[in-house]
Structures are given as C-alpha cells and as structure tokens.
Design a protein around this ligand. Structure first.
Ligand code: PLP
Length: 332
C-alpha cells in the first residue's frame, strides 16, 4: 500500500481503555458486553470528535489558518471540542449555531464554549438549512476581510481528512481486541454526521481487521440517508488519500429503529438504557447519541442477536456534558 497518512496534532488521550462490563453482562444473563471508552479522550475534549480534530487542526495549521469555523447546535459536542482544541492551540473558533441557545444562562456544552472564548452566531434551523452555503461563505468572507485566515470544517468534522481519526482508531481497537484474546467481535457505534462510522469502515478495510463486525446505529436520520452520506464520504476519502480500497453499501450495516422522533429528541427506553449503564457500571452516556445507540445494543443483546456467540463492544463516543442541558429528563 502506498497511501500517505495525513499529519496530526496529538490532542486526545489515546489509547482509550477497552474494558469488559462485568456487572452489566451478568445483569443481561451472561452476555459478553465490552466498552471502548472514547468518552475518556480528555475532559474538555472528551468524546469522538477530538480524534477527527487532530487531523483537521493539523491541516488547518499547515495552511496557516488562525480561525476554525464550524456548525452545530448550541449543545453540540463537536462545537465544544472545537472551541477547546482551538483555545489549546492558540487559534480562534467561530461556532455557527443552528439553532442557537435557549433563553437563560448558558448550560452544558454551550457553557464550555463561552469559557473557551468561542465566537458564536445564532441561526434558526430553517434559516440555516435554507441558506447554509451562503451563510458559511459570508462568515468566511467577513473573517478574511478582517485580516483573518479561516478554515471551515463541517458538522462533526466529518470531512475526508477528519475520517482519519477513526481509520486509525480501528487499528488501536484491533490491537486491544487481539491483546485481550477476544477473536471476532461486534462493534456498535452511534451514527450522525457519519465521519466516525465512515472512518471505522475504511479503517477495517485498510487495516484488514475483518474480525471486527461493525454496526452503526443512526440517531438523527433514516438508514437510506446515512447509507448514501457515508458511502459518499468513504469514497471521497479513499480517493483523496489514494487508499486503494472501495466501499460499497454492502460494507455498511445499520441497526434501524432507534432515532425516535428525531435528532436530539430523547425517548423513554433510551433514558432507561442510560440509567441502567449508570447504575450497574458507573458510566454515563448522553441523551443525544450514545443513549440511543446503547438502547439499540441492549435490545439486540436481550433478543439474543448480539453478545452471545461473540463479544459485543460498544464504542462510547462521549457527550457527558449534554446531560446537564436536560436535567429533568435525565433524572426522571
Ligand atoms: C458526534 C457524536 C456522535 C456521532 O458521530 P458522527 O461522526 O457525527 O457520526 C456520537 N456520539 C457523540 C457523543 C457525539 O458527540
């Protein structure tokens, strides 16, 4: 293979632990449930986004950028991680919120964005989706005319260079699975902007870790949407970095039925799943992404379709701070 790996800036605490959930496994009648703790990539930079930002920030720095511009909701884990890494590297961050925060003092991720000194702009969801390209172009033009050198990264840093975060995380995980003597495993992860799952799928092929069987759990959109978006992102990444691999829709397996009423709209079974893991293991999920994905994993384990013949590994992608934006809901 002659592909070239892009530069990265080390920001995440890796390797993150791979641990067996002893008490939960017992509670589930002797299933084999493991967790990959990517919620422990850092405190301010906790979660999956920092693995992608390591590559995006290296790219931005090489291009002489002084400001990273990105998009998300005001409770976005990605926006918070971006604000944190920019502060750490002496760059500015500009967060385009869609929608902006509710009235009242900042809470959850947004509180941290304020602490990190991020600049923010608020848009309604409708306004942003109707004129996204123009809004982004206008903000970039405005920053350039003020003498700044901005770079835009899309929601979740899900662009080809960002996919390298999870291309390389798959190598890390495969090494840990081998060291633990686990053999073939299922790996379950939440899917939204898609860069995490795209990276995993690419990494599996590139590193030939065929024993890791990947399942994505959509938490924001339907399966056809994610199938299309992730196939395209994988192809773009493979082409840009000359990976010499092809990804077809057959490489992508999804567990459907756990979006609920929509993105960032939690539901009762999900909160039950979140509470079960907290109570049995002292590990906190989040109400937007990992709660839904873990809810799907639990249902499959209870139905005997996962965690019986071979271990199942849940990729904990983080999100702890958004619990503090939904206190009534999470506390019940
Ligand atoms: C962003 C996010 C995800 C989804 O990752 P994508 O790469 O956007 O698909 C999962 N879990 C958490 C906690 C996240 O913040």
């Amino acid at each position: 293979m002659t592909y070239s790996i892009p530069e990265r800036i080390r920001l995440a605490q890796t390797p993150t632990p791979l641990v067996r959930l002893e008490r939960l496994s017992a509670e589930l009648g002797g299933a084999q449930v493991w967790i990959k703790r990517d919620d422990l990539t850092g405190v301010e930079v906790s979660g999956n986004k920092v693995r992608k930002l390591e590559y995006v920030l290296a790219d931005a720095r090489a291009a002489g950028c002084d400001t990273l511009v990105t998009e998300g909701t005001s409770q976005s884990n990605h926006c918070r991680a971006t604000a944190a890494v920019c502060a750490r590297l002496g760059l500015k961050s500009m967060l385009l919120f869609r929608p902006g925060p509710c009235a009242g003092p900042p809470v959850g991720n947004h509180l941290l964005d304020v602490l990190f000194g991020a600049e923010t702009r608020n848009f309604t969801r409708e306004e942003f989706s109707a004129s996204r390209a123009r809004i982004i172009a206008d903000v970039l033009a405005e920053l350039r005319s003020a003498g700044r050198v901005p770079r835009f990264t899309p929601a979740g840093a899900s662009e080809p260079v960002g996919c390298w975060g999870y291309i390389q995380a798959m190598r890390e995980l495969a090494g840990q699975v081998a060291a633990a003597g686990l053999g073939a495993c299922d790996v379950v992860a939440a899917v939204s902007s898609g860069g995490t799952f795209a990276g995993m799928v690419l990494g599996r092929k590139l590193h030939r870790t065929d024993d890791l069987h990947l399942t994505g759990v959509p938490v924001s959109d339907d399966v056809p949407y994610h199938l299309d978006a992730i196939t395209r992102l994988c192809r773009e990444t493979a082409a840009q970095f000359e990976l010499g691999i092809t990804i077809s829709p057959d490489d992508l397996h999804f567990l459907d039925g756990y979006v609920g009423a929509g993105y960032a709209i939690p539901y009762a079974d999900e909160i039950e799943a979140l509470r079960l893991l907290a109570r049995t293991e002292g590990i906190v999920l989040d109400p937007v992404y990992t709660g839904k994905a873990f809810c799907g994993l639990l249902a499959e384990v209870r139905a005997g379709r996962l965690g019986r013949e071979r271990p199942v590994i849940f990729l904990h992608t983080g999100g702890v701070f958004s619990n503090f934006a939904w206190p009534e809901l999470v506390a019940g």
